[in-house]
Design a protein around this ligand. Structure first.
Ligand code: ZN
Length: 346
């Protein structure tokens, strides 16, 4: 009796094959399981008269229940297959244009970040990254910010509690890099930063920054100028003129802003450049000796330069985008103008 019940259990397992069967397979299953001549269930039923009455009752009931279940499942599957087969012809308009497919693409700012990193890679710079939640020490003090600097105020920065802050620039990765790798160091550091800025045409509380750092023996301001001018000519046009203006940052000394010739009027003066013919694209300078010391580097032996810029601004200038908010709004009409992505042609 136990053998017969086990055989029934094994047959019951095969119920799961029915809902996946196609028409041909369904016929096979019907013959295999329920066939009158050699069906598996029929064989069990045939054996019933040879066993004692008590066992026959149990096995018989189980066999009949299984038979009903198998028949019901096969009928259900048959119905489903028929309905499926009926579909293409009935109630479906085959002349209707297909739904357009949406293809993903890289956001314009991501494309610009990749392009900038690519240019610096050719100049020998490796891409480096760091966390967005930083310690006050890495974000400010190690970079030579004085303790009373306004950026340290919770009104200007997003504090996460204690001395942890959402990094206000990618510069803390300079410290992390110097602490982790002995010079020579050449890194380009893209990443997201946070400041309590209003969300307007030229500001956003969340923004991308790309930072660079080169530290080695004998690096001078000539290296800084040559590297950044080369970059400007690669990202804009080959004839693009650049100029450096003295500036101040706590972590560089001397510091300079770099301007590029206005890409709209080519130096003639227009409303976009406020008539000056120049547009500011980045801040730069020679790494402050105190920053080198804080990163564990001997400033008597090594010097370096660093710079930082906003890829949004580069994208604005290059593509003449009038408002930075367009980069954040996710409007496909704007985004799909730049490279692949969006609706594919039908
Ligand atoms: Zn201009």
């Amino acid at each position: 009796m136990r053998d017969l019940l086990a055989a029934l259990d094994a047959l019951r397992e095969r119920l799961t094959e029915i809902p996946q069967a196609d028409e041909r397979r369904l016929q096979q299953l019907r013959t295999e399981l329920l066939g009158r001549k050699a069906g598996a269930l029929t064989e069990i039923l045939k054996a019933l008269p040879t066993i004692d009455a008590e066992t026959r009752k149990t096995v018989g009931a189980a066999a009949n229940a299984l038979k009903r279940d198998l028949e019901a499942a096969i009928a259900a599957r048959e119905g489903a297959l028929k309905r499926g087969a009926a579909q293409p012809g009935e109630g479906v308009d085959l002349t209707m244009p297909a739904r357009p497919e949406w293809r993903g693409g890289l956001h314009l700012v991501t494309q610009v970040v990749d392009e900038i990193c690519g240019i610096f890679r050719e100049l020998g710079f490796t891409r480096a990254v760091g966390p967005e939640a930083e310690t006050e020490r890495n974000n400010f003090y190690a970079l030579n910010f004085p303790k009373d600097h306004p950026a340290l105020d919770a009104q200007d920065s997003f504090y996460l509690g204690g001395d942890v802050v959402l990094r206000t620039h990618t510069s803390p990765v300079q410290i992390r890099t110097l602490e982790a790798y002995p010079p020579p160091v050449r890194v380009v550091i893209p990443g997201r930063c946070y400041r309590r800025d209003p969300f307007d045409a030229s500001h956003s509380p969340v923004f991308e920054q790309i930072e660079g750092l080169a530290v080695d023996e004998g690096i001078s301001f000539v290296d800084l100028k040559a590297t950044l001018a080369t970059f400007a000519r690669r990202i804009f046009s080959r004839e693009t003129r650049v100029r450096f203006r003295p500036s101040y940052f706590p972590f560089t000394e001397p510091s300079a802003e770099m301007d590029v010739e206005c890409q709209l009027c080519h130096g003639g003066g227009c409303p976009a450049c406020k008539g000056t013919g120049w547009m500011e694209i980045l801040g730069s300078g020679m790494v402050h000796p105190r920053v080198l010391v804080n990163g564990g580097v001997d400033p008597e032996r090594y010097t370096g330069f660093a710079w930082g810029m906003g890829p949004h601004r580069i994208a604005l200038l290059r593509y003449g985008v009038p408002d930075i908010r367009l980069f954040y709004e996710g409007d496909m009409r704007f985004l799909t103008q730049f490279g692949p992505g969006g609706q594919a042609d039908a």
